[in-house]
Design a protein around this ligand. Structure first.
Ligand code: CP
Ligand code: NVA
Length: 338
């Protein structure tokens, strides 16, 4: 996997079809190795910095466990714990960290920050989520899709993403679809379609542009799909007040039984990157459900979430195996897992 060696991992459009497929193949191998309790530590003596300017459960824990499994050490730098961008420029921080560490993970707000960080870093920078992209998430989703359809190629898969198509998950899914030839339908009210420039970049990359569709029409969009993918309607960093306008426009785009019936596919699977607002067991969902007088979940009903629980939590576990594959591919020139 020399192609990823020493490269930054900021967005999927920087990679080829073969490079993405190779990460997934390596992830599958690493998952099997871990399940068989046969971990081979390729990252001994490597030091990894984890910068998180936003909260995280899956991404942080997956980076940490992947690093520990592989014999590397991590330093977690949480919100407000460094001088990053406040008392010290991103450039200077990048220069300092790349003298101390072998790689830097960054989760933050504006995507331009990770671009500046990577420009001034001599070691690989991995995107752990920005306002624009969430590439480590989508690699895990691709592995999950592949596990469901062992015999299907990505270009044979049909996926509908429904809800806020203007966010990091939709953008990254769009990139993956354009590279791998997935039939992707982004289903949202027009104000929540992806930015024109991202859509154009992806459509230029796609071999068959007709396989990427933006539509407001749920019935047309979900027809015959293998997967329905959804995400929270208000992403981290968006103001609380956004809920009001989003609920009005997105309430008909909830993943529920009626939508599942419209797919015409009794085996359709539902994906969610998590966290999901499907029940009242967290303070945010509780207050939004109460304030807007909603009864059953927000972007997804509890019933549909429960029915798809197995695949959704497999998606979450796959964050570990895929992040491990990305770390190894970026830091090790010759990968020997024998
Ligand atoms: N899906 C995901 O990135 O989850 P966290 O915010 O918990 O990292
Ligand atoms: N769109 C979501 C993804 C969370 C994993 C957010 O940015 O909050």
């Amino acid at each position: 996997m020399k192609h990823l060696y020493k490269r930054h991992f900021l967005r999927l459009l920087d990679f080829s079809n073969t490079e993405l497929e190779n990460i997934i193949i390596l992830s599958e191998k690493l998952k099997k190795i871990k399940k068989n309790n046969q971990e081979i530590q390729l990252l001994k003596k490597k030091n990894i910095a984890l910068i998180f300017e936003k909260e995280s459960t899956r991404t942080r824990c997956s980076f940490e466990v992947a690093a520990f499994d592989q014999g590397a050490h991590v330093t977690y730098l949480g919100p407000g714990s460094t001088h990053f961008g406040t008392k010290e420029s991103i450039e200077d921080t990048a220069k300092v960290l790349s003298r101390l560490y072998d790689g830097i993970e960054y989760r933050g707000h504006d995507h331009s920050v990770i671009e500046t960080l990577s420009k001034h870093s001599n070691v690989p920078v991995w995107n752990g989520l920005t306002d624009k992209f969430h590439p480590t998430q989508i690699i895990a989703d691709l592995l999950t899709m592949k596990e469901v359809f062992k015999k299907k190629q990505f270009f044979e898969i049909k996926c509908a993403y429904i809800g806020d198509s203007h966010n990091n998950i939709a953008n990254t899914l769009l990139e993956a679809a354009s590279i791998l030839g997935i039939d992707l339908r982004l289903i949202s009210p027009k104000p929540y379609w992806p930015e024109k420039n991202i859509l154009n970049e992806c459509q230029n990359k796609a071999k068959n542009t007709s396989k990427i569709t933006c539509t407001e029409n749920i019935k047309e969009g979900v027809k015959d799909v293998d997967f329905i993918y959804t995400d929270v309607w208000v992403s981290m960093g968006e103001p609380e007040t956004t809920w009001k306008e989003k609920i009005v426009l997105l309430k008909n785009y909830q993943v529920n039984q009626n939508m599942i019936n419209m797919t015409n596919n009794p085996n359709v699977k539902v994906l969610h990157c998590l966290p999901a607002l499907h029940d009242k067991k967290n303070t945010l969902a509780k207050s939004i459900l109460k304030e807007y007088n909603l009864q059953d979940g927000i972007e997804i009903t509890d019933n549909i979430f429960q029915k798809n629980e197995q695949i959704i939590f497999e998606q979450a576990e796959n964050r570990l195996h895929t992040i491990k594959a990305i770390l190894i591919s970026s830091l090790i020139k010759k990968i020997n897992l024998k």
